[in-house]
Structures are given as C-alpha cells and as structure tokens.
Design a protein around this ligand. Structure first.
Ligand code: BMA
Length: 850
C-alpha cells in the first residue's frame, strides 16, 4: 500500500485493546470503533484512518497555515503552534476569544488503495465535526455538517481519484449562523430564543458556565476515516428479558448496510471465552433479529453489591459460501433496572436485579474545555478513582458532550451506574423548526444506538434543569423519550433532571440560597445535585496565578477563575469557610487549604444525613466530580487531578458501612447511627469513646451489633450532658468505629457544633518515614488529638493512600505515598509536610501544648 499509513492499521487501538483484554477472549478480533470488521474478506469493509499530523490549519481567506493534529481543534493546534497564549493562565481566556469569531480551514492530502476505491460504497466517515462545516474533496463539495454530536457520512464515490486526493474542511464561526437562525425562528414562529445555545447542537458548556469560561472550539474532534465496503454491520443492539426461571432471553438486532442479498448473520455469546449462546438469522430490510437464551446467568451488579461479569456478543456477517464479511462485538451485562416511584416513607429509588440501591457518587462534567485533550488514560484515572472512593453512581450532566465509548466501558467494568443525560441544559429549544428536529433525530438515534448496550446506564434523562416552555413535553417526553423507548425497550427514561416533571432533586439552598449547612437536614429524596465550592489546592492555584495574584483569595485573577452566577463566589467561599472554621488565616496558602476542609466538612454533613435517612432518601450525588480547567468550583478533584480533601473523605462517607453521629450541643444527646449498603446482614462491633480535646479518655463503650443489610439504624444513644457541662462543647471529641470480623470498616469523629467551636491543642506530629525512589510510607503519631491531618510533598505530584483524617492518641496512621518521579529519602523527608487543621484555623487554636 502506498500513501500515508497502511489502510489495515487504524490508529484507534485503545478501545479494541480494552475489549480484548477485559473480555478475556483469546482470539484476535479486527475491530474498529463502531465494531466493524476490517478486511476480513475481500468484500468486507476497508478503512483508511485520516487522523494524525498530516493536516494543516489556516484562517479562511488567509495563506499562513500551521501544522495540525487530528483529532484536534482550532485552539489545541493554535496553542501547539504558539499562536495563542495558554487560555487557562491568569486572564488569558479573554485574549483568545477572537479565534471563535473566525472561519478556519483544516486540510490534508491522502492516497487510497485500489482495493478500497474498488468497493461498492466509498464514504468519508466523520465521527465528530465541531460544528458548522463544509467538506470539499478535490475541489468538489461532498457535504456539510451542523451538529457536533452526530457521525457524518459523505459519499466520496465520484470525486475520489487514483493517487493524491485533497480534503478540505471549512469551519464557520457560530455567531452569524446563530443570529440568522434566531431571526428566522422568531419570524416563522413568533418565539424569540435569545440564547445562542438554543440553535446549534454543540456542547453547551463551551459557551462558558458557572465553572468555566468560553472556549468555542472548531475542529475535527473525533476520528475521521475513508471507509469502503460492499456490505457491513452498521449497528448491533442487544435487549434482554429476564424470565421467572432466571433464564435471560437475548434479542440481538443487527443492522446491515450495503448489498445484503444471499447474506446471513451469526451471533455468539461468550463469557470469559465460554460460549453460552449462538443464533443465526437471515436479513430482512437490512435487519437481522437473532435470539438466544443464557441459562444460569451471572448478573451484573453496581460497585459494592457484587461483580460485573461482561458477556461478549460477537455478530458476524456471512456470505452464501459461509465466508465472514464483517464482525462486530458488543459487551453486555445481564441485569434488571427499575426506578421505583416514591411512596409513603420510601424515596424514589433504583432497584438493580430487584434489590434497592442507594445511589452514591457525583456529577461528571467534561474533563477539559478542549475535549480532544481528554485521553482514555485520563478517563480511566477518574473512573477508577471514583470506584475506589466507593462511588456507585455518576451522572453525565446534560451541559457537556456525549462521552467517549471508553468511559462507558470503564463504568461497565467498575460497576459505576450512569445517568445518561442528553445534551440539553438550562435553556429552551426551537422545537417548531422541522430541520432542527430532524437534525436532532439523527443525533438522538445515533447516540442512543451507540450507548444502549452498556449495563452501567441505568437512567436515561432528557435534559438538565430546563423549565417548562411551549414544546417542552413534545421534545423531552415524546420525541426523545420515544426514541429511547423504541431503541432501549424497558429502560427508565425521565424528561429531565432537576427539571420540569422530574422526580430527582437538585438541592441548592446551601450555596445558591446561602443557607447554613444544617438546612440539609430538611431535604429528603433522590438528590442528584448539591455542593459547596472551594479553591483548588495551592499547587494548582500557582499554575494560573503569578505572585501578585496570590495576595488574597479575592484578588482579580482568583475571581477570574471563579464563575458563580452571583459574581461574588470567592466571597461566598470565604464566608462559609469562616462560618465553619472561624476567622480566615493570614496566609494565602493556608486559606486555600481551609476552604477545602470547609467544603469537605459541609458535603460530608449532607451525605451523612441522606444516608442516615435511607430509605426516605435514596441518592446523594455531589455536584461536581471534576473540573475542565484550573479554577475554584464545587469539584472534588481539580483539573490536574489533584485530589481535594472532599474526595479523600468520600471514601469514608460512601463506604458500604457508615457510622455517624447526631450530637445536640444543647442537651448533650448523642445518637449514633450505622448505615449499611451491604447485601447481607452481618455482625459487628461498635466502639465509641469520648475524649477531651487534650486526648484524655473520659468515657467509652462498645456494643455487639447486628448490621442489617441495606438499612440505616440508630444503634446507640448517649447522654453526654454531664461531660458537656464539665468540659464545654469545644473540648469534647466523640470517636466512632465499627469493626467486622476484627477489621475496621467504618470510622468517624464527631463534635458538638461547627468545627470552629473546637479549642484545639497544638499537636506535635511525629512522622516516621521509610521507603525510597517513588514509594514511601509515612507513619504519623500525635500527642494530642489532631484533626484533618494531611501529608503533602512540596512541588511534587504524589498520591496518598489516605489523607485529611482525624488522628487520636496511641493510634498511628500509616499512609503509602507514591511520587511521580524518584526522590532520595533525604529530599523526600525535606519536602514532606504533615500538618493539621491546627496549622490553618487561628480561631480553633488555644495555643495550649500538651
Ligand atoms: C446546577 C447544575 C449546573 C451548575 C450547578 C452549579 O445548576 O446543573 O448547571 O453548574 O448547578 O451552579
């Protein structure tokens, strides 16, 4: 083969490799992104991947081109060429807005093999064009696009030639197009839709949101290829119905494109290489329906409730001689999903395989303002971290873009249930415009077909927080709902989240309503949004500020990187932090850390309430999991994947067994609760001890308890009124632990009132270090109770097996520390800082030493 790159070796191997390794099947499958076989037989599809660095980029009407890498966008390539400053640094975002006001041209040349050119169908397949584009091959227009979320396929037949071909893709700026559409709609239907986002199918957050500034990318943001075939498998959908006897009946719908006469389809279902079902079918109207049963099915369970066995369904297109022309593979998990409406004392809730489950997790937003920079490794990091932090639920928020296949594969493997939200958020849409609606039909169909086989998707949701507008029900209930019900029979679909007619709750009294943390106790139900802001950790703040910006957390640049709609989010962060932890420290860095502790304490307060409240509350989904640029927001982990205290604490408050306390500072009444999401009853021991702030043991007790599966119970009630009178609220700590078969499974430290009430002694933290190179262990001991103890390695990327925990006397904490580069023990000891809240919060210090 001549020309750039061998047509048989496409560059997108990650998902294939993932499917092979995780599916455990020995044979090597030749797959592409949408599961099509490549060149398995002369008649089979052939692909030429046009991705890579053979592209150039220039402004429309200008000559000077720069090299371009695809998938990529105007911003990623102008940045790489040093044509624009880093939009994430200081206030540079303003400096780069001009890019979005221009039209741009991506172009390259390529050769196609005679084999490919000889195919009956030769197409250009663009898996993602962002957004308004026209496509030219050898000077002929072959198509145009106006939807970032669709796969666009253009026939190349008549314009493709032997030798070198020239492909040019011209992207137009949005503004003029949007204005024209708005005027046309107003004229045609008398409805004015002032929001730019209403008319263009592009990720809403790209226009900026209350946690990011606008970056209106243009570009080829997903894979692009030339595809040739005579017949190919275009789509595979697998629906499952669980029989009373436990058998699972599978219905496999295979769509075949191209010439189908004389062809047939064979399906095989495997689990870890063992074939558990097969079927064969002829093809009617380009569709083959194959049926098979799985006896003794191994069910898929959410994280913490069981395993995630994944069955591999391989569909093969065969010609009359039995030669296979094409193969497609899908992984499925066998499970049933129900969304049970609220009743007397039970909130709206999910049931998986007939078992109620409390949804614990967070809302996912795009991981970068420039989506092509998000790699499968980055997605794997986030999803693995979520599972290891005891999440079982992630909501894919409606204002981003439809995520990559890799994310869904990861959630299938990790047992992370997903709320799949179509990309509509906080505005109304031109439902009367038939062209807009038919464009949308393609988008919704394609995305639903692409994602429907993933067991992790348990809720399909139409939009984020859209209020009723004329046409709302047509669009979200009937149109989108109709497509979901047709393509995913039996799936749970709701018109929106926190929106008109939806059953879930977005609880924003705290933060947007400036309500105190205690107001969470009044909220019950299926909570899919709530949260508190903090700054990122100091190392991240240093990445977007210079020293002059770090005089105060309300400096102009610190404000520039915080975008709450109130316009004074930094002040709100400060006031909540001072409300909880007392007067702000003078040091800039210490205040950054303190805002993080305040965020963690408040969100923990809320989650503990909703888990204690089970089944009157059946979900606690934190707004937001991640960030898309370095900034102060509600996130649990920042843009550089540096974990905030909130993410470390989530491991405790989302743990299968949680112990928590409700302490009344008036009466001294202390009620202890144990909440279990475990699937079976288990016997355990609750240990509680009351110490003075100096660590002196004042009272303790332990109790054998039967921890019932999936329940939350008050298991102990203590009257500490006498200790309260004798020592005062600020000098008492309640330490709680639950152990099962001798292993601690839950811990908590409670106190009366807000953290700022506490009158802490200065802890002398003794740190013993061992290890070397990139792996170290730190053993931390204290002489008085030390709260929110954390380790940090100066100017170094490091991960910690635990952090931001409460340390009591005679209880050393051991943490494993992984560095991103080798360090001598001497340097490590010098750079390791171990501190506690005592070092941050002046009002909590008594200055007493033990
Ligand atoms: C909700 C979300 C987001 C927003 C968040 C914080 O509205 O749906 O739109 O970022 O609150 O304000």
């Amino acid at each position: 083969m001549s020309g750039n790159g061998d047509a048989r070796i496409p560059s997108h191997l990650t998902r294939r490799r993932l499917l092979q390794e995780t599916a455990g099947c020995g044979m090597v499958l030749l797959l592409d992104k949408s599961g099509l076989a490549m060149g398995t037989g002369e008649a089979g599809p052939a692909l030429l991947d046009l991705g890579g660095d053979m592209w150039s980029l220039r402004e429309q009407g200008k000559q000077g081109a720069i090299p371009a890498l695809i998938p990529g966008s105007t911003y990623t390539n102008l940045l790489a060429a040093g044509k624009i400053p880093d939009p994430y640094y200081r206030e540079n975002n303003d400096e780069v807005q001009w890019v979005a006001d221009k039209g741009w041209i991506f172009e390259r040349s390529f050769h196609v093999s005679d084999d490919l050119r000889a195919k009956e169908h030769v197409e250009l397949v663009c898996h993602g064009l962002d957004t308004l584009a026209t496509l030219w091959l050898n000077g002929h227009q072959v198509g145009s696009s106006n939807n970032m979320f669709r796969t666009w396929t253009f026939d190349l037949g008549q314009h493709l030639r032997r030798g070198s071909n020239h492909l040019q893709i011209r992207f137009d700026a949005l503004t003029a197009y949007v204005e024209e559409q708005r005027k046309l709609y107003q004229k045609g239907f008398g409805v004015d839709l002032p929001n730019q986002r209403s008319f263009v199918r592009k990720a809403p957050y790209m226009w900026g949101w209350d946690w990011c500034r606008p970056i209106l990318t243009q570009g080829i943001w997903k894979q692009i290829e030339v595809r040739g075939y005579t017949a190919r498998i275009a789509d595979v959908g697998v629906s499952q119905s669980h029989q009373p006897d436990g058998t699972v009946h599978l219905m496999i719908h295979a769509q075949v494109a191209g010439r189908t006469s004389g062809l047939s389809v064979v399906a095989q279902v495997e689990l870890a290489g063992d074939v558990v079902g097969t079927a064969t079918s002829s093809i009617e109207n380009h569709e083959a329906i194959l049926q098979t049963d799985v006896h003794k099915p191994q069910l898929w369970w959410p994280n913490g409730m069981g395993n995630q066995p994944l069955y591999v369904v391989t569909v093969t297109l065969k010609d009359a001689t039995g030669q296979s022309l094409d193969t497609a593979t899908r992984r499925i998990g066998l499970r049933t999903v129900e969304m049970v409406p609220p009743s007397q004392d039970v909130a709206l809730h999910l049931r998986i395989n007939g078992v109620p489950v409390f949804a614990k997790g967070a809302d996912w937003i795009p991981a970068d303002n420039m989506p092509t920079r998000v790699t499968p490794e980055i997605l794997r990091w986030y999803m693995t971290k979520a599972a290891n932090s005891n999440f079982n639920f992630i909501r894919l928020w409606g204002g981003g873009y439809y995520e990559e296949d890799e994310l869904f594969d990861l959630c299938d493997e990790l047992g992370l249930m997903l709320q799949f939200e179509f990309k509509f958020a906080n505005t109304s849409y031109p439902v009367r415009d038939q062209a807009w609606m038919s464009n949308l039909r393609e988008e919704i169909e394609q995305q639903t077909r692409r994602c429907r086989n993933h067991p992790s998707i348990v809720i399909w949701s139409g939009n984020n927080e859209i209020k009723y507008f004329e046409g709302y029900n047509e669009l979200f209930r009937d149109f989108i709902g109709g497509i979901v019900h047709r393509l995913v029979p039996g799936a749970f679909y709701e018109a929106g989240s926190g929106a008109h007619g939806s059953g879930d709750i977005h609880s924003w009294g705290v933060w947007h309503g400036n309500e105190p943390v205690e107001s969470y106790l009044k909220v019950e139900g299926f909570v899919t949004e709530f949260g508190m802001q903090s700054t990122p950790v100091p190392r991240t703040v240093r990445s977007y500020t210079d020293p002059s910006d770090r005089q105060s957390i309300v400096s102009p640049v610190m404000r520039y990187h915080e975008l709450d709609g109130s316009g004074h989010g930094m002040e709100i962060i400060k006031s909540y932090t001072e409300e909880n932890f007392g007067v702000a420290p003078k040091s800039f860095d210490e205040m950054l850390w303190l805002t993080n502790l305040s965020q963690a304490w408040m969100v923990r307060y809320a989650v503990e309430h909703w888990r204690r409240d089970m089944p009157r509350s059946m979900a606690a989904v934190i707004w937001q999991y991640n960030d898309c640029w370095p900034c102060s927001t509600w996130s649990m982990v920042d843009y550089f994947r540096r974990e905030k205290p909130l993410l470390y604490q989530s491991r405790d408050f989302f743990a299968p067994v949680m112990v928590s306390g409700l302490l009344d500072a008036e009466s001294g009444q202390t009620n202890i609760f144990i909440t279990s999401d475990r699937q079976s009853d288990v016997s355990g021991i609750l240990r509680w001890s009351i110490t003075g702030i100096g660590g002196e043991l004042l009272r303790q007790g332990k109790k054998q308890i039967n921890i019932q599966a999936r329940t939350s119970r008050q298991t102990e009630s203590l009257d500490l009124s006498d200790l309260l009178k004798a020592y005062g609220a600020g000098n008492l700590l309640v330490w709680l632990e639950v152990s099962i078969e001798g292993c601690n499974v839950a811990r908590n430290t409670c106190f009366f009132g807000r953290p700022k009430t506490l009158q802490l002694n200065r802890p002398n933290l003794k740190v013993t270090v061992s290890g070397g190179e990139t792996q170290y262990r730190a053993v931390i001991e204290t002489d008085v109770p030390a709260l929110w103890v954390w380790a940090d390695v100066q100017d170094t990327e490091a991960s910690f097996s635990d952090n931001f925990f409460h340390l009591r006397l005679e209880r050393a904490a051991e943490i494993e520390i992984m560095l991103d580069h080798p360090m001598t023990p001497y340097d490590f000891r010098r750079k390791l800082h171990v501190r506690s809240v005592y070092d941050l919060a002046p009002e909590m210090r008594t200055g007493r030493t033990h």
